[in-house]
Structures are given as structure tokens and as C-alpha cells.
Design a protein. Structure first.
Length: 291
């Protein structure tokens, strides 16, 4: 066990994943700072966090005192440099592009050289991110799942030069956030994305070939295999654009079996991205399936 104490966490990126990570960090009692390069995205994230906490209280999943403390623990910053000032741990949650992640983290690492660094990437190489930073030993993956407040898993991903202390920090923080942490070696797609993409791409190929409807394919996996959500519903939830990017990356690193189906490419081109656009393999309104 490490003696490293984590008190303050900076979350870099206020999109779906970043705001979820910030919420669970604040609920867990960490002083939490959330930042985003787009001010409107930061404002929207805070509104959604408040709404999410209110909904959790209404459903009896959270008491009012915990909601109040979480909001007291959570602040925003207009830029990454301000966000990481005095932070013990920074968690990056910007879009899934290696050059963007390394750019954001390089700036943050220069401002807070003593902070531990985690990336929420779902498939990119942790080593490639780490080697672009001043101290690769301080870098680890913390792969959360959407929606972060509800999903119980966090993949802690280590590369060849990750310090044991970094792994223990990530594991301890994840568990304090109420997550089950699993330890995974840095490899394309880690454990969850690699398996999830394999299933999701095959489900899309089945739709493409007319084997069955999306609803029947999803029902097969839910009732036949006990999955809580079918692979096509999950693709809509995660985002077809996100799954396309992961599949393209895995195809370049692991081979043609991960090549994305033409149907997925076409839907993304047409702006049918799933729940966030209102249509993917299903139609959605306010996060609920309507067709």
C-alpha cells in the first residue's frame, strides 16, 4: 500500500465522461475542479451534475446532505493550468484523439509536476500518452464507464514504466468513488473495449446482413446471455462516433477483424450518433428510447 494521500482532483474535460467523473469524485469527498476549453460546455456540465444529484436524491439513492457536500466540493476553472494548481491527481477526459490528450496533459503536467496523471481513454495506448509527458512513471489509465455515477467498473491500466504508486493511487481513488477496480496491462482496447467492440461490430454486421432487427439482436443477448443491455443499445448510449473511432484504432493495431462495418461508418457520416443526436440504431428523446 502507498502512503500517498489524494485530497484534490482536477478533471480535464467536461463532456459526458468528464462531468460524470467530477460528480463521483465530489460525492466521494475529494476537492474537485472541473475544466473545459469551451466555457459553454463547462456551464452545461455543471447544470447536468446538479440535475443528476437532484434526481438521485428524489429516487432515494442519495441523501440531501451528501448532495450538498458534493456541490460544495466541486468548483470549475477556466483553463487546465488553473484547474491543476495544487491538485494531487489529474484525470483527463477529453475526446479520444491522442494528439489532443497529450497536448492537454503536457500543459497540465508543466503546471503541476507533482501531480499523478490518469487518462480516461477507452482504447488509446497509455504508454504513448505517457511518453509524451515529463515523467511517464506518474501516468496510468483510469477507464470509467458511461454513465459514470451508475457504472461500477474502473479499469486501471498500467504501462511498462508506470510506478507502483501510480497504480495504487488509481485503484484507491476508484474504490473510494465506489467503483470496482480491475488491473489491466496496456494493450489495444484494454479488456473491456476490446471485447465490447468485438461484440458490437459483429452485431452491426448482423443488422447490415439482415440477420435480425436491432431489437431482436439486443433481446437475444439480454435474455439469452443475461446482458443488462444489448450491444446495439450500448452502441447508441456510448455514441456511434466514439465506437467508430475505437474500432478504427483497433483495426490498425489488432487487425482486420476490428474493421468497422460500412453501416456504422454511414450512420456516423449522417450524424446518427445515438442518444446524443436522438437517433442511432434506435430513436431517443431525453435519454430514453422512443423507437
Amino acid at each position: 500500500m502507498t502512503n500517498v494521500q489524494i485530497h484534490t482532483i482536477a478533471v480535464l474535460g467536461a463532456g459526458t465522461m468528464g462531468r460524470g467523473i467530477a460528480q463521483v469524485a465530489a460525492q466521494a469527498g475529494f476537492r474537485t475542479r472541473l475544466t473545459d476549453a469551451i466555457p459553454a460546455a463547462l456551464d452545461a456540465a455543471m447544470d447536468k451534475i446538479r440535475t443528476g444529484l437532484d434526481r438521485a436524491v428524489d429516487k432515494g439513492k442519495l441523501d440531501d446532505a451528501t448532495r450538498t457536500r458534493a456541490l460544495e466540493n466541486l468548483t470549475t476553472a477556466g483553463d487546465a493550468t488553473t484547474a491543476v494548481e495544487g491538485a494531487d491527481l489529474m484525470i483527463e477526459a477529453v475526446p479520444e484523439r491522442l494528439e489532443l490528450k497529450t497536448e492537454v496533459l503536457s500543459e497540465a503536467a508543466r503546471a503541476a509536476p507533482g501531480a499523478w496523471i490518469a487518462s480516461n481513454t477507452s482504447s488509446l495506448s497509455i504508454a504513448a500518452i505517457a511518453m509524451a509527458l515529463p515523467d511517464p512513471s506518474r501516468v496510468v489509465g483510469m477507464h470509467f464507464f458511461n454513465p459514470v455515477p451508475a457504472m461500477k467498473l474502473c479499469e486501471v491500466v498500467h504501462h511498462a514504466r508506470t510506478a507502483p504508486e501510480a497504480v495504487e493511487v488509481a485503484r484507491t481513488v476508484a474504490e473510494r468513488m465506489g467503483k470496482t477496480a480491475i488491473l489491466v496491462k496496456d494493450a489495444p482496447g484494454f479488456a473491456s473495449s476490446r471485447l465490447g467492440i468485438a461484440l458490437g461490430m459483429e452485431a452491426i454486421r448482423m443488422v447490415e446482413a439482415g440477420v435480425a432487427t436491432p431489437a431482436d439482436i439486443d433481446t437475444a443477448m439480454k435474455l439469452g446471455y443475461g446482458h443488462p443491455m444489448g450491444p446495439l443499445e450500448l452502441t447508441d448510449l456510448v455514441g456511434l462516433d466514439v465506437r467508430l473511432a475505437i474500432a478504427e484504432y483497433l483495426a490498425t493495431t489488432l487487425g482486420e477483424r476490428f474493421r468497422p462495418p460500412a453501416l456504422l461508418v454511414e450512420k456516423v457520416k449522417d450524424g446518427k450518433l445515438g442518444t446524443k443526436s436522438g437517433e442511432g440504431f434506435y430513436r431517443w428523446k431525453d435519454g430514453k428510447r422512443v423507437g
